[in-house]
Ligand binder design. Sequence first.
Ligand SMILES: Cc1cc2nc3c(=O)[nH]c(=O)nc-3n(C[C@H](O)[C@H](O)[C@H](O)COP(=O)(O)OP(=O)(O)OC[C@H]3O[C@@H](n4cnc5c(N)ncnc54)[C@H](O)[C@@H]3O)c2cc1C
Length: 385
Amino acid sequence: MNDTPLDFGDPADLDDLRRRFRAWLAEHPLPERGADEPLPTFLHRWHRQLHSGGWVGLDVPQVYGGQGLSTLHQVAISDELGAGAAPGIPRIGYLAHALMEFASEEQRQRWLPRMLAGEDVWCQGFSEPGAGSDLAGMSTTATREGDHYIVNGQKLWTSYAQYSGLCLLLARTDRSAPAHTSISAFALPLDRAGVTVRPLRAANGDDEFCELFLDDVRIEESERIGAEGNGWPLAMTTVSYERNALDTGHISKYGLLVERLRRAARDRRDELPDGLRSEIGRCFVDYEVLVAHAARRTAERLAGRTAGPESSYDKLLMTRTEQRLYETALRVFPEELFGDGGNGAEGGELFGEYLYSRAASVYGGTSQIQRNIIAKQVLGLPSAR
Ligand SMILES: Cc1cc2nc3c(=O)[nH]c(=O)nc-3n(C[C@H](O)[C@H](O)[C@H](O)COP(=O)(O)OP(=O)(O)OC[C@H]3O[C@@H](n4cnc5c(N)ncnc54)[C@H](O)[C@@H]3O)c2cc1C
């Protein structure tokens, strides 16, 4: 993550873990992606490979299929992956945390080991056509009928639902109660009768997004996660972990690009305009702020603090760093605008990354919403009238 090690009271075995992981990685390198292989299928193979080596869910207790180690071990492995320019562990950490906090013991043992092993792939069914930022305004309903629920509604932007077997679904179980106590969470198998998944193609050529249509879908009571009406805290916990700067491997991946830009600023000093060299300097500063911030978050997690509304700072810092980095990199390496980015879209790999970076200020909650959360929930400022 950084050249200067910070003292978190590192477990003595951390260096050894990093060494063992690098050795394993040398023997089990990233597999080749097939010419027509969809990204999620490729990443799934990578997930399975990492799991077979024991490198997934390091901070998840062994009884749930993890390794029973600490956050620091998990962060170290994500860091090594990013620094090796390898894709991170598919982002299941935030779903796993939600299940660990809200699911029953029986459900944890049923779902977590299979999730970590990549045997069950999960997606996140929160957003709807009329409820993205205003998630509490969702209109999908789950109406109780004895020992089961009947679900009706539509979800939107559900990433990679067409490659998933289960969906962490939010639905309204009580239309008369206030929004935040009327939403429940479910684990919905996507092969259930009444579920239709329709992929949508994005500007970068990727078919990440899906619409999910739910018509009289039966969900068993045993598939509800936590108590009825307790879906809102589960959702907030999920997005807080999703917005967290740790576990993603993104930071060390940014570090590789910052280093590339730093070298260009040095080696092409006479060629690059001053304005562009200043912009490289800003990228460097953003990156260093993010690294310091992540170090603080790691220390907090080790001290037992769970992710909360403060994660909105992480999300804003990551978004700012990522968007400035890719924008600047394309100006410094304009030749990478062209070529085959490997996903069927026009443009090179850097161009593909640039396009995806534009989505950072939207997914996981927009930047405006992060600022609202910080203002209200962290700083306690009054709402505007
Ligand atoms: C790459 C990507 C992957 C995604 N994956 C998933 C997924 O797997 N599952 C899932 O459920 N969702 C997913 N989403 C959806 C994402 O969570 C929503 O797009 C996001 O919450 C914004 O909602 P919206 O698109 O409905 O925009 P809107 O809520 O309609 O917002 C439109 C604009 O209005 C602004 N705005 C809205 N309300 C306020 C306010 N109160 N104050 C200030 N400004 C406001 C917003 O900031 C935004 O600029 C994904 C999105 C992206 C881009």
